[in-house]
Structures are given as structure tokens and as C-alpha cells.
Design a protein around this ligand. Structure first.
Ligand code: PHE
Ligand code: CO
Length: 259
């Protein structure tokens, strides 16, 4: 896989400096346009925890300064942002999460990628992922996920655990009194899939089930055909807490399920 982004200046943990002064006016304007489009959608489709957090972030003016947001995050839940050049290897990724550091890509998509981008950029990472790090239960769960990732590496089970990340942290839905809402970052940062995942009759919306998710393949290049719906972040925390070792051993012998 060839990755976009400049890895030459990255440290051994793949972190880089966010050179905030290097963003152009055009990039700040593009970030604002992305932010404004999503801002019209989120009141209807985003989960309440995300809505509450974004209100305190005041991040619509342009590409945010990670150090300022990190200061707020540290005070709220002990997390911080670590700037990265793009996608990073599993071990570096899990190690950051296990240390309550969320990797955020520094580069912004090009204007022609306004509607669709293959790799995560700063808009996806920041707008989609960072606000929920202010939620205590979500924040603790992601910390556990990071530790679980390092363990899955030792057990050769990263592929299974990555499906959990996909169907929760990236494309998860949550039941609320007002109906189903998005908490997955891939949904929250998407111009099209955010409304689709909540209202379109076509996709399946299945109750959250760890075993099924660990077995279910996913597709990265179109809207999801299956979403898994949690009742709460407490449920996510509770049901992912048991030792996955026996589960990995069992599921390894079974065929994967189609998305
Ligand atoms: N409980 C998992 C294990 O034992 C770790 C984990 C926690 C995975 C939270 C995902 C989320 O491997
Ligand atoms: Co993401």
C-alpha cells in the first residue's frame, strides 16, 4: 500500500509536529467548508455525546491547533492528540491508544476530494474521532481497545479486532430516545453516509454482538450494508471487557461472514 503523507520527519513512534503555520488560507477555507456541510447534518444524525463535545470545541474556524485541543482533552479525560503523517503501523497505533494518545493525520484532502476520500485526513480524524474522546466512557473504552490491540498482536488476531474498530469506532450506530444516531467517525465525517446510515431503509441495523462483529468482513469503498447498533457506550465497554483469547481461538476455526 502506498501512503499519502510525509513520513520522513516522523519519530520512531510515527509522531510529527503539526506545523500549523504551514496550512494555507485555502486549506483553512476548505476545512471550514467541510465543517459547515457536516454541521448542518449532525443535529439530526449524530449522537448526543458527540453533539455536546463539539459545542465546547469551537473548531469551525479552520484546521484546529492540536496543542490547544489536547490541553482541553487532557483536562477532560486525560487524552491528547498526537500528530501523525497518515496511517501508521498497527503496533504504533495501538501503543498510542494504550497511552491515551489519539493519532490525528496532519494533511487535509484536496478540494476535488470534498465528497470522498480513501485515506483518513485531518478533517475525518478531527471532526469524526476527537469530540467523543471527551466522553468518559467512550474515552476509557478506546484506551482498553488500544491495550487489546497490543494483546491481539501477540495472539495473531489483529484482523478480527480490527473488525470491531470498523463496526464501532468508525461506523457504529447508537440507540437513543430520538432514534438511531451515528457515533462512528466514518459516518460523522461523511457528507453522504451520515444521513444514509440513520434513515435509508436498505442497510441492516443489527444489535451489537461482539462475536458476530469479530467474524464479519467489511468493505472500505462503499456505504456499509450492515451497521451494528449499541444501546450505550456502557454496553460497548461492558461487552468488550471479557478476555477475547478464547473467542479468537474459536472464531479462527470458523469462516468469516460476508459484510
Ligand atoms: N477484552 C479484550 C481482550 O481481552 C480487549 C478489548 C477491550 C478489545 C476493549 C476491544 C475493546 O482482548
Ligand atoms: Co477513522
Amino acid at each position: 500500500m502506498s501512503l499519502r503523507g510525509d513520513y520522513n520527519l516522523a519519530a520512531s513512534d510515527f509522531s510529527v509536529e503539526q506545523d500549523w503555520s504551514a496550512y494555507s488560507d485555502a486549506e483553512h477555507a476548505l476545512f471550514r467548508r467541510l465543517y459547515e456541510r457536516q454541521s448542518k447534518l449532525v443535529p439530526r444524525y449524530a449522537c448526543p455525546e458527540w453533539m455536546q463535545a463539539i459545542a465546547g470545541l469551537d473548531a469551525g474556524a479552520g484546521v484546529p491547533r492540536f496543542d490547544q485541543v489536547s490541553a482541553k482533552l487532557r483536562a477532560a479525560t486525560g487524552w491528547e492528540i498526537v500528530a501523525v503523517p497518515g496511517l501508521i503501523p498497527d503496533e504504533a497505533f495501538f501503543t498510542h491508544l494504550a497511552g491515551r494518545r489519539f493519532p490525528v493525520t496532519v494533511w487535509l484532502r484536496k478540494p476535488e476530494e470534498f465528497d470522498y476520500i480513501v485515506e483518513p485526513d485531518v478533517f475525518h480524524d478531527f471532526f469524526g474521532h476527537v469530540p467523543l474522546l471527551f466522553d468518559r466512557v467512550y474515552a476509557d473504552h478506546l484506551h482498553e481497545y488500544g491495550k487489546g490491540g497490543l494483546k491481539a498482536m501477540r495472539l495473531d488476531a489483529v484482523k478480527m479486532l480490527a473488525r470491531l474498530y470498523w463496526y464501532t469506532i468508525e461506523f457504529g450506530l447508537v440507540r437513543t430516545p430520538a432514534g438511531v444516531r451515528a457515533y462512528g467517525a466514518g459516518l460523522l465525517s461523511s457528507g453522504g453516509e451520515l444521513a444514509y446510515c440513520v434513515t435509508d431503509p436498505a442497510p441492516r441495523r443489527l444489535p451489537f454482538e461482539v462475536e458476530r462483529i469479530l467474524r464479519t468482513d467489511y468493505q472500505i469503498d462503499k456505504y456499509q450494508t450492515t451497521y451494528f447498533v449499541i444501546d450505550s457506550f456502557d454496553q460497548l465497554m461492558r461487552e468488550t471487557a471479557p478476555d477475547f483469547t478464547p473467542l479468537y481461538a474459536k472464531l479462527r476455526t470458523l469462516p468469516a461472514l460476508a459484510p
